[in-house]
Design a protein around this ligand. Structure first.
Ligand code: IPM
Ligand code: MG
Length: 360
């Protein structure tokens, strides 16, 4: 039976980078006889324009029926003034939550060819290979109550809630330990247990789960220190496991260690490894429509999809190798540009990966 993949390009640079990723996916599909069928739909601002909501029920139903989802990016200034409950970002949060994608894997790997593109010294980042495991369907992003109220003195007050249940912590901790076990067996759990009640429980539960993983070395770090250590000595980390908001922040920070957020893919998985795959970066409205965005994060997200949802390690490895070869050829989009390299646009980069992959 064929496998269904739902393509959601989204907004801003989303459609441009997705067009390149789809070329690579179609080629891999033929070359490795993967039997994928692709369908496309809208999410975010594009869905607001078409349906009045950032994620239509029929789109969600398609995502639920699909074997995997590939997403570009959502949001943009056009929809910034819309009320919070139907903003483009809500579509993303809703699909993550409705599909139960609680485990967000965000690798920060430095391609040796890009060591000089990092703002940090090459010796600090060379060989960097970190995996951030971010809890994605709980915490302050989804906690209730939230909103605004009026205080007795007439002032407006806004509030959010940061709840974590034992079960939510346990299942993401397990993903962290499972990942660490097949990597360098070091797991750093990041929290704010010196201040937050949710982090205190987080730490207790992570300690409990650790008993099942004696081969993994567990450490705990407060999030402020983790932010500092990530720029001071990032290579001390192997796998980081953390909550939804801390993971959002630290993964952007970690991405810049590798030169550009334009390089980093991500996977969001449910309990059965069904997943949604997307670049870590956003919709970059400032460069949308110019054909200059880096499509590699989305192309590498295709590789993650093949590896995690379809167990097609050979095809995934081939895509990663094609990307590496294109970097070896000196091709660079603006975000990773370096002296002596050849500047290409979104399409030029996508075409180069397609050429490298078909030659493999
Ligand atoms: C991310 C993004 C999203 C998030 C936004 C667009 C809602 O920043 O995937 O990291 O905060 O999760
Ligand atoms: Mg983010």
């Amino acid at each position: 039976m064929s496998k269904q993949i739902l393509i959601l390009p989204g907004d801003g640079i989303g459609p441009e980078i997705m067009a390149e990723a789809v070329k690579v996916l179609r080629l891999a599909n033929d070359k490795f006889r993967l039997g994928f069928e692709l369908t496309e739909d809208v999410i975010g601002g594009a869905a607001i324009d078409r349906h009045g909501v950032p994620l239509a029920d029929e789109t969600l139903a398609r995502a639920q029926a699909a074997d995997a989802v590939l997403l570009g990016a959502v949001g943009g200034p056009k929809w910034d003034k819309i009320e919070r409950d139907i903003r483009p970002e809500r579509g993303l949060l809703k699909i993550r939550s409705a599909l139960g994608l609680f485990a967000n894997l965000r690798p920060a790997t430095l391609y040796p060819q890009l060591a000089s593109a990092s703002t940090l010294k090459p010796e600090v980042v060379s060989g960097l290979d970190i995996l951030i495991v971010r809890e994605l369907t709980g915490g302050i992003y989804f906690g209730a109550p939230r909103g605004q109220r009026q205080l007795d003195n007439g002032e407006r007050q806004a509030f959010d809630t940061l709840p974590y249940s034992e079960g939510e912590i346990r299942r993401i901790a397990r993903v962290g330990f499972d990942m660490a076990r097949v990597r360098n067996r070091k797991l750093c759990s990041v929290d704010k247990a010196n201040v937050l009640a949710s982090s205190q429980l987080w730490r207790e539960v992570v300690e409990e789960v650790a008993r099942d993983y004696p081969e993994v070395e567990l450490s705990h770090m407060y999030v402020d220190n983790a932010a500092m250590q990530l720029v001071r000595a990032p290579k001390q980390f192997d796998v980081i496991v953390t909550d939804n908001m801390f993971g959002d922040i630290l993964s952007d920070q970690a991405s810049m260690l590798t030169g550009s957020i334009g390089m980093l893919p991500s996977a969001s998985l449910d309990a059965n490894n069904k997943g949604m795959y997307e670049p870590c970066h956003g919709s970059a409205p400032d460069i949308a429509g110019q054909g200059v965005a880096n499509p590699l994060a989305t192309i590498l997200s295709v590789a993650m999809m093949l590896r995690y949802s379809f167990e097609q390690a050979a095809a995934a490895g081939a895509i990663e190798q094609a990307v590496s070869q294109v970097l070896d050829q000196g091709l660079r989009t603006g975000d990773i540009a370096a002296p002596g390299c050849t500047r290409v646009g979104t399409q030029g980069m996508g075409d180069a990966v397609v050429a490298a992959l078909s030659a493999l």
